[in-house]
Design a protein around this ligand. Sequence first.
Ligand code: PMP
Length: 383
Amino acid sequence: MSVYLDYNASTPIDPRVLDVMIEVYRNDPGNADSRTHDFGEQARKVTENARKQIAELLGVTPEEVFFTSGSTESNNIVIQGLKDYAESTGKKHIITTAIEHKSVLNTVKYMESQGFDVDYVSPDLSGRVSAEDVLSRVREDTLLVSIMHVNNETGTIQPVKEIGDALADKDVFFHVDATQSCSKLVDQIRDLHYDMLSMSAHKFRGPQGIGALILRRRNYKLPPVKNVYFGGQQEHGLRPGTTPVALVAGMGKACELAQAEYKEEAIENKAIRDEMLNLLKKEGVRYELNGDPQYCIDSTLNICFDGVSSEALMLSTKQYCAISNGSACTSRSYDPSYVLAAMGIPVEKIESSVRISWGSGVNKRNILDNFKKMLSVIISLAI
Ligand code: PMP
C-alpha cells in the first residue's frame, strides 16, 4: 500500500478533529447568527470557542480572527480588499515574490490590470528571497508587501521576521501567507510583526474548506481591508455567508492539537528527514536537493533525481509513495514548476524534481520502508 507523502498539498484529518466535527454535525444544527433560539446560541458558542483556539495558537486576540474558506480566499480578500483604501490614498504599489502561491500571484496580476504597480522579487538558488531586496523596493506609494512564510514546493523559510521588523514602523501593510507554517513554526509566528496573515485548516490535519484571515490591530486600528463580495454581517461583513460551524469547530480543534503537539511533531519530522537523507546517501542514488537545507522546514524535501523524469518516477513508484512535482493547484498542467524556475534551476533539472512532504500521524517505519523501495526503482530508471 502506498504511503501518503504529499502533506503540503493536504493532510489527513486527525481523528480527534473528526470526532469534534461529528459531534457538531449531530447535535448542533443551528445557524451561528440565529438570535431567536438556543440552537443559534449553541452554534455561536462553538464558533467563538474555535476562534479562541486559533487566536491562542497564533498569539493574537479572538477579535483579530476572521473565518474564510481557506487561504485562497484569505489571500484574495486581503489583497483585493485594500483596493478602496489604495484608491483613496494613491498608494498603489505592491511588493511580492515570484514564488508565491497562485492565489497571491493571480490576485496581484488582477490588481495590475486595475492600475496597480507590482514588484515581483525572485529568490536565489537557496529558494529564499533577500530581505534587503524586498525592503529596497519600498516606495512612498507602497501599499502592501505580501510574502509567504514557507514555500509550499521547496519548504524554504522566507525572511519574514526581518521584513516584518523593518516594516513595523512604516506606513506599509505586511501580509504573510502562513499556510505552510502556522502549525509548525509556532514560536516564530508569535514573534512576527505583521498586519495580515492567511492560514488554512487542511494543511494541519483539519478539514478542507475552512481557514482564517488574521487582521492585526496597529494603534488599536484594524487594517482597512474591505469585503470583496456582499452578503450578511457574518465575520463583521468581511466574509459574508453562513458560518460552517462544524468546519470551524474542526479548525479550532486542529489548532488546539497543533499548539499542544508542535514541538513533539517537529522532532518526529526532523527524524524522518534525517533518515531519508541517510537513505539517499546509502542507496547510492544520484540526487540534489532543491533549496538550501539550512533554510528548509523539516517536513519537506524537494529532490532532483538526476537523469530521471519526474513524471516517469511518480508513475512507476506510485505503489510505494504518493508524492508530487509542484503544487496541487498547478499540477494539472505539465509546465515546469514556476517556483524552481524562479530559483534559477534549469528546466532539465526541474523536470527531474519531486516534492516529498509529511507531518504528524505518520508511521515512520512504513514511510522509510516505502521510501527505500522507491529509491531502488529510481536507480533502475536513471539514465
Ligand atoms: N498558500 C500556500 C502557500 C499554499 O500552500 C496553499 C495551498 N496549496 C494556499 C495558499 C491555498 O490554500 P487553500 O487550499 O486553503 O485555498
